[in-house]
Design a protein. Sequence first.
Length: 176
Amino acid sequence: MKKAIYALILPLVVVSGLVLANRQIKKEASKNSSPKPLTDAERRAEIIKWEATPEGIRYKEWEASPEGKKVYAGGARIMKYIRDYSNMEAVVTSLSLPPGSLLGFGVMARIDGDDYILRFDNELQQLQSLKVNDKIIIKSHSVSVAPKYAYPIVSGEYVERDGKIIYKHAPRKGHC
């Protein structure tokens, strides 16, 4: 009888020990998973550290090159529209992105005489109806640059053609 009781208690002790150990591991993991936001000084220090890496050096060289300055100047020219989320008149110049592009779906467009990559989060049937030389109205909240591309990248959030909305970015769920 004693052997049967010991045989039943031993697995119970082992299982409860495993459960408690697993609970302790989860508590430690949850403490480490949410890092604190960096202060301005810490962020600047991280940027300086990154600029010293080979990648950072190549990026700084690209920024100072004529091509990098041209891309930054193009982004600066439309910054007023981006900041105000106002209409930008554009003409579609190409239905494909530059070779080797990893931006997903997009088109090339000319805004105020400069070429831009117009990038979309997803490809919709309405966007496939665009043709070269179509005049469109664009609204966006962001313009970005990358050394890989010779053009500023505009994130398309609203596109209108002939007074009809053909694309409108859906707001993210759970955010303002």
